[in-house]
Design a protein. Structure first.
Length: 188
C-alpha cells in the first residue's frame, strides 16, 4: 500500500469527521469550509483537494453518517436473537450517540426526494434495516406495535435534537428521559 494514499484517506476522514461534528453542534448555516478545515487541522487547500464545494462535503457527511447508522442496525440485527432487549436498546442509543437528531436537519434537503442518489441508496438500506428491527422489537413486546419505521425515525430525530438552554435548565436529562420513554412500549 502507498503510504501517501493512506495519509490522503486519513485526511479525508478527518475532514468528514470534523464537518460531521460541526453539523451536530453548530447551526448548519454557520458551518463554513474554513471552520471545517480548521477543526480538521488542515489548510483550506487540502479541503478543496478532497471536496469541490460545501455540497459535496455535505453529501459525503450524510452518506458516512447513514453508513454508520446502517452498521449499528446490522449489529443489532445480528445480536437480536441472543438478547432482543439489549439489541433494540443498543440500536436506539447507538443512533442517539451517532447524533442523528442534529445531523438529519443539517444534512437533509427540504424534502427527501432531493437527496442525491448515493445518499438515497444508503438511506433506503437504513430504512429497511430499521423496519426489520422495529418489526422484531414489536414482536418481542419492546416497541409500540402501531409505530411504523418512518414514525420511529421521525420521533428519534425530534427527541434527539439539541434542546434550547432554557429546557436544559428545567431538565438537564430531558433527551435521555425521552429516549427512555421511546424504548418503553405503551401498555396494551
Amino acid at each position: 500500500r502507498d503510504p501517501m494514499r493512506a495519509d490522503a484517506l486519513a485526511r479525508r476522514r478527518q475532514l468528514i469527521d470534523a464537518a460531521t461534528d460541526l453539523f451536530c453542534t453548530t447551526h448548519p448555516g454557520e458551518v463554513t469550509l474554513e471552520a471545517v478545515a480548521k477543526k480538521a487541522g488542515v489548510g483550506i487547500a487540502t479541503l478543496y483537494r478532497n471536496f469541490a464545494d460545501r455540497e459535496e462535503l455535505m453529501v459525503e457527511c450524510a452518506s458516512t453518517a447513514l453508513g454508520r447508522a446502517v452498521d449499528i442496525a446490522h449489529g443489532a440485527l445480528a445480536d437480536f436473537a441472543a438478547d432482543p432487549a439489549a439489541a433494540w436498546e443498543g440500536f436506539v442509543r447507538g443512533l442517539v450517540d451517532l447524533g442523528v437528531g442534529p445531523l438529519v436537519p443539517a444534512l437533509a434537503p427540504a424534502h427527501l426526494t432531493e437527496l442525491p442518489p448515493a445518499v438515497n441508496r444508503v438511506r433506503d438500506h437504513l430504512a429497511s434495516a430499521t423496519a426489520e428491527l422495529l418489526r422484531r422489537a414489536q414482536e418481542a413486546g419492546l416497541a409500540d406495535p402501531s409505530l411504523t419505521g418512518a414514525q420511529f425515525m421521525a420521533q428519534l430525530i425530534v427527541i434527539t435534537r439539541p434542546p434550547i438552554t432554557g429546557v436544559l435548565d428545567l431538565d438537564p436529562d430531558v433527551t435521555d428521559r425521552l429516549v427512555t420513554a421511546l424504548l418503553i412500549p405503551p401498555a396494551r
